[in-house]
Each structure stands twice: as structure tokens, then as C-alpha cells.
Design a binder for this molecule. Structure first.
Ligand code: SAM
Length: 210
């Protein structure tokens, strides 16, 4: 079978080296609209369906793995998605250094790498330090929507969330099922589909900034 060429679509792929100060999302998307971020966007399944369903919103995906990032750029380009931008970088440092206060309406984190070995737990994205950053970039009432298949990571997520609840920073709300979730799915991403076939449970958590 002939291999399809993966194309870079310059309007969609945003190079981190071109962002020297805080990201100006109005310039990046060519319009002013609420911005949602997904960290670990993989092949872009969630972003594609969500961006199709909510054309009035802007979606920014951050993905570390070059292979998936390129596939997602190609996919969004072929669909001609005007409201999606993607970047290949480490989300934690990019968010901390380049995203302005109160500029993001929803933050999505689906099936983040679980780093199962005890000594690697500190690499997990959802931790106190990153939550502080997420709350900084969220607009008032902004939402964090999370799913994982990993019970131990979910326990850590719950502990991080509980500390923030106790500090009066967030409240827990119902998880919002993304537009691309089919019957029986909670999220509708590639990893959820893969894990469902393996009979693994999906845990969800949603928080609203206070
Ligand atoms: C298990 S996959 C899940 C992909 C997708 N969200 C899904 O549910 O199908 C986790 C993804 O997060 C990406 N990732 C992990 N750490 C990251 C980081 N610090 N910044 C950006 N992406 C990251 C990985 O490269 C990987 O593609």
C-alpha cells in the first residue's frame, strides 16, 4: 500500500521558538474567542471532534511526541480546521512561561502518561505545582476536565484536587463528556478506546476554579 505523506500545515503548527513572550491567542487564531487547551493531544481525536462541535471556540493542543504531533497537524489540516492550533513542546514549562493569567476557559487532560514506577511518580503532569499554574491561566469559573485509566494516578489526582478544594481554590463538578464520546464512552479518545478493549476502567475528575 502506498504510504501517505504527512503534511505540515503552517497555519496549524505553532513553533514554540516563535513565541518569545506570552502567547497572544487572538493573533494566533486570527480572532477573539474562548480558548481551551488540551495537554497530551496525541493524534488529535478529542480536539478534532470538539473543534467541529464548538466552532465558536479556539482549541490549542500541546503534544510532546513528534510523531503524534505531526499526525495531528496533518489531520487538522486535511479537515481544514480553522479553530485548532497545535504545538510540540513540554506542556508544563510552556504553560508556566508563555501562557498569560486568566486566558484559558477549559483545560483538558485525557489519559496522561501514568509513570507507574514509584520513582517516576514525580514526572506525572497533574501535581500541586502544575495545578497552581493551571489555576493561574484559567479564567474565573474556568474548568479542568480529566480522565485516566490508572487507579494509582487517579488517587494522586484526587489528593491534589482535595488540597485545592480545602484551600478554597476549586470545587468539584460533574465531568463534561466531550462531543466525540460515543455510546458507552466517557471521553472518546484513542487511548480510551484502546483501554476499553482491554477492559480497563476510566476514572474522571472535573474541577471548577473558584
Ligand atoms: C497516553 S497518551 C494519551 C493521548 C490522548 N490524550 C488520548 O487519550 O488518546 C499521553 C500523551 O501525552 C503526551 N505527553 C506526555 N507528557 C507531556 C508533556 N509534558 N507535554 C506534552 N505532551 C505530553 C505523550 O506524548 C502522549 O502522546
Amino acid at each position: 500500500m502506498e504510504k501517505r505523506t504527512i503534511k505540515d500545515y503552517k497555519k496549524i503548527s505553532v513553533k514554540p521558538e516563535n513565541i518569545v513572550e506570552m502567547v497572544d491567542f487572538d493573533i494566533l487564531f486570527g480572532r477573539s474567542a474562548p480558548v481551551e487547551i488540551e495537554v497530551g493531544s496525541g493524534k488529535g481525536t478529542f480536539l478534532l471532534e470538539e473543534a467541529k462541535a464548538f466552532s465558536e471556540k479556539n482549541f490549542f493542543g500541546i503534544e510532546w511526541a513528534n510523531k503524534y504531533y505531526k499526525l495531528a497537524v496533518d489531520r487538522m489540516g486535511r479537515w481544514g480546521m480553522p479553530n485548532v492550533r497545535l504545538m510540540r513542546t513540554d506542556a508544563a514549562s510552556f504553560i508556566a512561561e508563555r501562557i498569560a493569567d486568566a486566558s484559558i476557559s477549559v483545560f483538558h487532560l485525557y489519559f496522561p502518561d501514568p509513570w507507574p514506577k514509584k520513582r517516576h511518580n514525580k514526572r506525572r503532569f497533574f501535581c500541586d505545582k502544575n495545578l497552581t499554574q493551571l489555576l493561574r491561566i484559567l479564567t474565573p469559573d474556568g474548568i479542568i476536565n480529566i480522565a485516566t485509566d490508572h487507579a494509582d494516578y487517579f488517587e494522586q489526582m484526587t489528593e491534589v484536587a482535595e488540597r485545592a478544594v480545602k484551600q478554597g481554590l476549586v470545587k468539584e463538578i460533574d465531568f463534561i463528556r466531550p462531543a466525540g464520546a460515543s455510546d458507552g464512552e466517557l471521553v472518546g479518545t484513542n487511548y480510551e478506546r484502546k483501554y476499553m478493549k482491554e477492559g480497563r476502567k476510566t476514572y474522571t475528575l472535573a474541577l471548577q476554579k473558584l
